[in-house]
Design a protein around this ligand. Sequence first.
Ligand code: DLL
Length: 433
Amino acid sequence: MFFQKDLETMKRVELQELQLQKLKKMVDYCIASVPFYEKKLKTAGVTGDKIKSLKDIEYIPFTTKEEIRDNYPFGLFGAPMKNVIRIHASSGTTGKPTVVGYTKADIEVWSDCVARILVAAGATEDDIVQVSFGYGLFTGALGLHYGLEKIGAAVVPASSGNSEKQLMLMKDFGVTGLVSTPTYAMYLSEFAKENGYTIDDFKLKTGFFGSEGCSNEMRSKIEENFGLFATDNYGMSELMGPGLSGECKERDGMHICEDHFFGEIINSQTGETLPVGETGEAVFTTLTRECFPMLRYRTKDISRFNDEPCKCGRTAMRMDKIKGRADDMLKIKGVNVFPSQIESVLIGQEHIGNHYQLVVTREGYLDQLEVKVELTDGSLLESFGELNNLQSNIKNKLKSVLGLDAKVSLVQPKTLERFQGKAKRVLDLRNLK
Ligand code: DLL
């Protein structure tokens, strides 16, 4: 099933020609409507007609999050306020949020993109879908909401929090689809068990999870707990929000809405563009956005593109699950470590739960990684032998995956923090910055 079949199955050469035409227009649009870009492109000597092929995009300088912040709040808007109909913002961990705006046409494109990924994942107009992302400035909830309405599904805008009520609605309304972060879905599924619900109380079929990474191991657990089929979808507020890419039922990469976004993979350190198939930082250029056009925006998210045909018939390039963020990648004793690698070791391990925390410290000149994991059964803490075995088992597995020694701390069940939005699992206490 497709939402916009012609666009989703377009021949790649035609798609690339369409991208080129849109890119040329976008460059001229940016020059005409955003003084920041006018200056930048002038310095680089780039105009729409100088772009003769998609490769010429490399003449355009990158745009960074810092530049968005420097133009807070509306400095990068390409549309006058009278044409802006929505404003979102991402909180960020420090300082002012990044603010993004949408015209009427932007909201249309956004909902189309989200509708595409929902249909690709199996959603239909018969579905009743609970949106358990927090409604507000965050793009996740309203983004999914509009996409769901576009396909005619019944939306239950539950927002996040109040897990008792979430489960009650899910059961009483016969909810068939769940939109949330994978962490919250995991938490809800455990909370359901603890509160006496069984899998038969729910009619869930599909989980549309996104906004943070999730290992395949963790996803399988959620699927098992809730009896659903889950897909991953990706996006970021600076580039519209959810809907940039999403998995189809083949689950072999997330199809990028390439007629609206042109993607590149670059070497994060050198800025050099890498060939399709190599892993690096994803960079996207919006091809149609009016209010918040972005040229070569550096996402800091690490992925890999794949332009091989997909069994589902969609021709759009796929991107691998996000491996981590260039700035989340931990460098421990000189070794590059992504939290996702640790998660894949932990989830599925017997006797331990699904919540963990990574604490990085520096003692003298030496980095230490502590992996805190919850036991599923607290009584194990009384058996030194068993505890020791479990600890060294995890330690060895981590060593073989990461290539470094980590301290493994097994803690009492339900003592680590739970999250209703994106999880914050890394505590880096090294003060390196
Ligand atoms: O999280 C947009 C979104 C909402 C996507 C709902 C999918 C579903 P931000 O809050 O701006 O926007 O955060 C963007 O979240 O740069 C990634 O690091 C991370 N992220 C988003 N989706 C995924 C995913 C939304 N599927 C940042 N896997 C991005 C891994 C993801 N990381």
